[in-house]
Design a protein. Sequence first.
Length: 56
Amino acid sequence: MAYVIKDTCISCGACEAECPVNCIAQGDDIYVISPDECIECGACANVCPVDAPVQE
């Protein structure tokens, strides 16, 4: 299942820089992950300081 970013996101951008397939982008308030492009690698979750990316 693809990762999603919870509303605990602090918009630091760490996840976007780490994504190997560039499927993370700045949304209106928080970063968002494109579920169709996510390869479920977990790289975003590994670098997030607030554990916002989670697998659903």
